[in-house]
Design a protein around this ligand. Structure first.
Ligand code: NI
Length: 174
């Protein structure tokens, strides 16, 4: 496995719309290696999610830690389509490996269902609420060239990581 270079804000790939994958591409060993490399890269940088454009691949795929627990495995989500399951919108802290050392509060749908393909090309439907729902929305945004800063209702909560740890980590309410 390889640790991949993560694209940072300002790189055009983060602002482009990624393209869907065909089932035959998903089975390609090179694509399977990309998935393993994305998972290794996410763990290397202590991320909870990593999308194709963040490793310079304009493909509709992301990897994410959606299950809690110490032995939880990374999920692979391909060609995701999100539908909100209720009208509730909740604000919570987000960060992004492409925007290092920055945190901000972002409103997101509280409960969603995502239809996608898994790493074997099988159709999956995942219901999620609260933090995993937030991660899925953040990563799916990457596939459309959208960054969490674009989703913030106000820039007033924007903070550096040190200041986040000092002043805001305990008011995490999600
Ligand atoms: Ni991100």
């Amino acid at each position: 496995m390889s640790i991949l270079k993560v694209s940072r804000m300002g790189h055009p790939v983060l602002r482009q719309k990624a393209r869907p994958l065909e089932r035959s591409e998903i089975r390609d060993p090179r694509f399977q290696k990309l998935l393993d490399d994305m998972i290794a890269t996410m763990h290397e940088y202590n991320g909870v999610g990593l999308a194709g454009p963040q490793v310079h691949e304009g493909l509709r795929v992301f990897v994410a830690m959606l299950d809690s627990g110490d032995d939880a495995e990374a999920s692979v989500i391909i060609n995701p389509v999100i539908t909100p399951l209720d009208k509730q919108v909740v604000e919570g802290w987000e960060g992004c490996l492409s925007i290092p050392e920055i945190r901000g509060r972002v409103p997101r749908a509280h409960k969603i269902v995502v239809k996608a393909l898994d790493r074997d090309g099988r159709g999956v439907e995942i219901e999620a609420e609260d933090f995993p729902a937030r991660v899925i929305q953040h990563e799916t945004d990457h596939l459309d060239g959208v960054l969490f800063l674009d989703r913030m209702g106000s820039m007033a909560s924007l903070t550096y990581l040190d200041e986040y740890a000092r002043y805001h980590a305990r008011d995490n309410d999600d």
